[in-house]
Write a protein that binds this ligand. Sequence first.
Ligand code: MLT
Length: 302
Amino acid sequence: MSERYEADVVFSCGNDEFLPSVDVWLVIDVLRATTVMTRWFELGGTELYPVKTPDDARHLVRELQERGSSPLLMGEVNGLPPEGFDLGNSPVELTYELIREHYCGVMSTTNGTVALLEAASSGCPVIAASLRNTSACLDYALSIGRRIGIMCSGRKKRPSWEDTLCAGAVIDELNTRGELFMTDSAQIALLTWQNRTPELVPYVMKSTHAQYLEHIGFDEDIAFCCEHDVSTVVPMLTGDKKGHNILRSVAGSARPYPREVLPTPSAETEQPKPEKKPDPFEELLTYTKKPAQYFFIGKKDK
Ligand code: MLT
């Protein structure tokens, strides 16, 4: 008998709507928060604290610094880094070097981090998904349960084209795993994905947020955020004894390599074979499959 799954999609966060009962939440903000989160762990980051507002982020950075940590302060308001932030919310601005200096980050964005915390308040496991790690996130979610909730961050409490599209990509993949019951919103998301053009970028450019990002000069981000299923990292919400929500990668490895293309040995110049050095990120990223203990702040049940 084939497995039976359920999929439900919430099109946007922040509406204080009643969340359906699910086994696990996949939270999506393709442009650009969950893509940034995925990239953070691809490059070997170990912890990422999502918070609601820039002031919450500044406050948490001070608290972590007092504990001897040196977190990177990152995020956006209207797509640009707020006053005093180390970095904005551009996935292509993340580099190995930055991650090696910090490993830990604090992140606040308009919709993506808000959606993660909203899903966390349900008390269910929460995974940050993007087009980059669609299948890896679904595989891990299915190791937790069969009722898959997909929360699209949306944009300013309204549905967003690109998040709905990514939700459809997850459902399309889930549809290959067994018998699937889809709510109406899940069917709408699936249709959005099934009607996509062969090249994702022009299709994603229908999004008003993508057009805004292009307008303010982040067109490279859009192309990066459209790379589909190129990553195996699975950022999952865990916590600490102080009740902070912390994203950690619970599966996958720090691959693909950074975008800087490694020098390819040309025929004339015989490149010396670099001796195989242990990759410092491997041991950081080999997590057990068992989900970490969760501590959630916020209302346990709506
Ligand atoms: C969001 O939170 O909606 C996005 O991350 C905004 C952005 O990165 O431009």
